[in-house]
Design a protein around this ligand. Structure first.
Ligand code: GLN
Length: 195
């Protein structure tokens, strides 16, 4: 049973812990560098990416996160977590850092004010069994997917799920749906990486 951390600085940590457990992993919250060093995979939850970024810096986790990503640690980011995995954000707040690792440019709060939160079915490559329920909450979209990354899902003309090697990101929140197939894909990635 792979031990998978959930970065527990801010955001919907409990929902990811529950989804990972349901997908066959042994999940635990990660707040300290020692805890990060002990996991075989990591989820960066949905929440507020500027807050997660600032707390990761304050807790001394940003550089250890970058180092583990560079070393091939499997990481899955949903929504704010997707933003944290982007090599570039179009509209960063001042001082907003990302962990990076996925060759993509992300636009925060991309779906606009009238439509900040909505649900729509999304077909995700690598997730069998039909579309997932895409829960979008002030979600980003991927403005451009770089050559090193693959888009796994498109919605309204933009990529909303991306994979690059051991890194996976979705603009939506499968952890809020009770459908554990996206977490299942990530647990399989962690097993295959064997960290
Ligand atoms: N809008 C948030 C951000 O920019 C992300 C929202 C979410 O994670 N649901 O970080």
């Amino acid at each position: 049973t792979p031990e998978i951390g959930v970065l527990a600085l801010q955001g919907d940590v409990r929902e990811h812990l529950d989804a990972l457990r349901a997908a066959g992993a042994s999940p635990r919250p990660v707040r300290r560098p020692e805890e990060l060093a002990a996991v075989a995979g990591l989820v960066i939850p949905g929440g507020e990416s500027t807050t997660i970024s600032k707390l990761a810096t304050a807790f001394g986790l940003l550089e250890p996160l970058r180092a583990r990503v560079a070393d091939g640690l499997p990481v899955y980011g949903s929504c704010a977590g997707m933003i944290m995995l982007a090599d570039k954000i179009l509209d960063p707040r001042s001082g907003q850092e990302t962990v990076g690792g996925i060759d993509m440019i992300v636009r925060r709060n991309a779906f606009g004010r009238q439509n900040e939160s909505f649900e729509a079915p999304v077909e995700v490559a690598g997730v069998p069994g039909g579309p997932v329920r895409g829960v979008f909450i002030r979600a980003p979209w991927v403005e451009s997917v770089g050559a090193a990354a693959d888009s796994l899902a498109e919605f309204r003309g933009h990529s909303v799920a991306v994979r690059q090697g051991n890194l996976l990101a979705t603009a939506f929140h499968p952890e809020l749906t009770g459908d554990h197939r996206v977490h299942g894909l990530f647990v399989a990635m962690v097993r295959a990486a064997g960290h």
